[in-house]
Design a protein around this ligand. Structure first.
Ligand code: UGA
Length: 428
């Protein structure tokens, strides 16, 4: 099938390439020429392991191409995916301005029956709005169907997630459009959940919020573990083996970040309020998450005393490993507090570079970052930090040498044997 993907961010690009793998022909449409030129030359404009190779393969085989010509792209393709961003507004709601302008362009240039698939994360009721926005722009009464097909891939493992989804959700208005979606996903072997628009839209928010809830839950348990000298990893393992609970998303730490969980939890709370439903659980999830970086800092302060003139090494800036995305990264919440406290610190990230606007000193190597510091603060669990020679790190640091492990990625017993004063988040 011929597919148009509007919005070439990590969801649009990954989905497009996975459709190429399934044997479809894909056009990527974006207004940003810099992004388009980069993609067309086989280079991703974001960091995502493994995706660049797939991009180069499908460009070479002419399965994917990129354009900024909306009219031509909309006219030539009959299945159109909306994959644009829905950033968070001040009040917590999702901003639909990009979705609206895409819908308007589709309405304006529509020349025959089309299926418009909403992959962007959008609040309940958006499919109906998209229908309305398209209709308002149409010059003649051409039929179309809007489908809600939320995406569940994660940054950092986008390709694997998109190639092997746990399920595909399709909110559909007509058998005609459902059959097209079934044909599109005919290569997939996972369960297909077919439902109405509203349920499909809510499934996405409910899924992300549930995962965020698991993280805040284990973080609360971790704080209890800190007080009782219990290892939170043992607790997570012990409860996660119960298949009703499951072991995923039970890693305690300085909290969740990124462009999805914080935004989607806020939108769900906002929507619930709009319908006079109090969503106390999610309010608490958000509150706990906002507190975790402060909890981490309090732990540092109570062990180091004042932070003024303390020499610190920050390891990790991205909101999670294997991505260069720093949106809502807990590392920056910590850095901002350190700046206020007059601490002296150096930062390192294996992938994030040149994104700091506060004049932070970013080191090229881990060795340079830790050299002569009193404490190492781990904010992102990059594998490279786990694998480094911690004995060498100890030798290059001041004495006593502290590790504050905000991601519980190191073995506390081993670190103490090396001579570090080690603190995790409920990690003993
Ligand atoms: C999340 C969802 O997991 C995807 O299913 C969804 O498609 C995506 O949002 C989206 O809505 O687009 P993502 O934000 O890329 O994916 O990353 P996650 O792996 O979910 O991690 C989110 C945050 O939670 C990270 O800061 C991570 O460090 C933190 N986390 C995750 C924990 O603190 N503990 C855990 O056990 C797991």
């Amino acid at each position: 099938m011929k597919i148009l993907i509007i919005g070439t961010g990590y969801v649009g690009t990954t989905s497009g390439l996975v459709f190429c793998e399934m044997g479809h022909k894909v056009t990527g449409l974006d207004l940003d020429k810099v992004k388009l030129n980069s993609l067309q030359s086989g280079k991703l404009h974001f960091f995502e392991p493994g995706l660049d190779l797939l991009l180069q393969k499908h460009i070479k085989e002419k399965n994917i191409s990129f354009t900024n010509d909306s009219e031509k792209a909309i006219k030539e393709n009959d299945v159109i995916f909306i994959c644009v961003g829905t950033p968070q507004e001040e009040d917590g709601s999702a901003n639909l301005v990009y979705v609206k302008s895409v819908a308007q362009a589709i309405g304006k240039y529509m020349n025959r029956y089309k299926v418009i698939v909403n992959k962007s994360t959008v609040p309940v009721g958006t499919a109906k709005l998209v229908e309305k926005w398209i209709k308002n722009e149409q010059e003649s009464d051409i039929q179309f169907d809007v489908i809600s097909n939320p995406e569940f891939l994660r940054e950092g493992s986008a390709l694997q997630d998109a190639l092997n989804p746990d399920r595909i959700i399709i909110g559909y208005p007509s058998e005609r459009s459902l059959n097209i979606m079934k044909e599109l996903y005919s290569e997939s072997t996972c369960p297909l959940v077919t439902t109405n628009h509203e349920a499909a839209e809510l499934i996405k928010y409910a899924a992300n919020s549930f995962l965020a809830m698991k993280i805040s839950y284990i973080n609360e348990i971790a704080r209890l573990c800190d007080t009782l000298n219990i290892n939170v990893n043992d607790v997570a393992n012990g409860i996660g083996l119960d298949h009703r609970i499951g072991g995923h998303f039970l890693k305690a730490g300085i909290g969740y970040g990124g462009s999805c969980f914080p935004k989607d939890v806020s939108e769900l709370i906002f929507s619930a309020k709009k319908y006079n439903i109090s969503f106390n659980i999610m309010e608490s999830v958000r509150e706990t998450n906002e507190f975790m970086p402060i909890y981490f800092l309090n732990k540092i302060i109570s062990n180091l005393g004042t932070l003024k003139n303390k020499k610190l090494a920050i390891l990790g800036l991205s909101f999670k490993p294997n991505t260069d995305d720093i949106r809502e990264s807990p590392a920056f919440k910590i850095i901002n507090r350190l700046i206020e406290s007059d601490a002296i610190f150096k930062v390192h990230d294996p992938v994030v570079t040149g994104k700091m606007d506060s004049g932070l000193y970013q080191c090229k190597t881990i060795e340079e970052t830790v050299q002569g510091t009193d404490a190492v603060l781990i904010c992102t669990d990059w594998e490279v930090y786990k694998e480094m020679d911690w004995e060498k790190v100890k030798d290059s640091m001041n004495n006593p040498s502290y590790i504050f492990d905000g991601r519980n990625m190191l073995n506390p017993i081993k670190m103490r044997e090396i001579g570090f004063v080690y603190f995790g988040i409920g990690n003993y």
